[in-house]
Design a protein around this ligand. Sequence first.
Ligand code: FAD
Length: 446
Amino acid sequence: MQPASPSATHLVAGPVDECEVLVVGGGPAGSTIATLLAERGRDVVVLEKAHHPRFHIGESLLPANVALFDRLGVRAQVEAIGMQKYGVEFVSPEHEQRQYIEFSDAWDKSMPYAWQVRRSQLDELLFRHAGDRGARTCEGQRVREVSFDDTGATVQVELDDGARRSWRARFVVDASGRDTVLANQLRCKQKNQRHNSSALYGHFTGAERLPGKLEGNITIFWFEHGWFWFIPLVDGTTSIGAVCWPYYLKSRSRPLPEFFRDTIALCPELEVRLKSAKLVDERVYATGNYSYASARSSGERYLMIGDAYAFVDPVFSSGVLLAMQSAFDGADVVEAVLDRRRDANALRRAFDRNVQHGPREFSWFIFRVTNPTMREFFMAPQNPFRVKEALISLLAGDIYGATPIWRSIFVLKALYYLVSIGNLRRTVRAWRRRRVNIRDVEVQAS
Ligand SMILES: Cc1cc2nc3c(=O)[nH]c(=O)nc-3n(C[C@H](O)[C@H](O)[C@H](O)COP(=O)(O)OP(=O)(O)OC[C@H]3O[C@@H](n4cnc5c(N)ncnc54)[C@H](O)[C@@H]3O)c2cc1C
């Protein structure tokens, strides 16, 4: 097997340690696969470049995630840090009414809620849990390079103080999130040609929430340059984010906090909810053009899981679910490879299919979510052929199990095309607009 990059060598810096499986990154994907493999008696090491608890965006979870927390044995812990989320509120400037979608109206009524969480807490909880289940968890260790040979991989690591060390592993799992360590090194990361968005986000105190049981719902507000999320957290803080087309972020001429407030002012319905709110620490984050996928998700001695493989867009809050699901699927492949089982290749092919399934199914809707026809579907959903129930199931993340939603999703897509053709002028206008919207521009991140 060739080294993973032209610069990769087998020169080893610093002391060398050994393990069976080395996981790059201790976010939800990395901690999940480490837990599963450690529980099966594997010698697993997780290397995390940061120190938990650390900030991360991605606070809204999906009902389908609950079953995965259950299987990991952390459901009660997640419940303790989470705000119960029973559904989604949609607010559109072109519609008088607001639309409320409840997960209990999905095809399968047995997954009625999820949680909103602070990711610093969730990710630390999952990381420590992996340690409790027997994985060796290391913080402040950044993977710099991975080189493969016939018996395994050598992984070069940089510590917080700049010192170097190396690991020998039989198998490497890349769970490094948007850093995409292996896809960069293997030069197989591909920009998504069909989508392009950027985000601005911060935390507020004092935001006005929905009443009663709806308090924990996520709200999606559409506005001229994209959409906002409104995610209530259990401690009273609310996460607000604007997901915009790149040209809009490029237009910024003021510091981020001011620009963020100006952006919020473009969405009067959100501005009202924030009229008494304060931006925590005057801190606003920006994430530029983030839609990508790797051309492959696995090799003889590696897998890419979660965002290390692909990320499309946060509108359906699917990132953590896809990350954890890929870890569950990936654990079976790693085991089979380590045991040199005959079914290893079949499992790897199934993993490849599954890891593409989530981004593909969500993408169809993501590409169209700002389109007027699709917006109408969300704002006034009808249920012929159970299409509404199927759509809610998809929004709940119920796309991997046996729930028979796919025929109804097909009908929904067909209806979308029929309505689009029926409103041809509007459709062509929206299509042209989208082509302009997704054009690439360089965005300043601070
Ligand atoms: C603006 C925005 C909003 C989002 N909102 C949501 C949401 O509401 N709900 C949702 O489910 N998802 C959301 N997401 C997506 C979500 O954040 C990710 O999909 C999810 O965190 C993926 O988990 P992961 O474990 O694959 O990666 P990560 O959570 O990113 O974890 C990767 C870990 O690897 C570590 N790492 C990176 N490089 C190295 C290295 N070289 N060596 C060692 N460690 C390394 C990082 O420090 C990190 O801890 C959002 C994303 C964006 C950009």
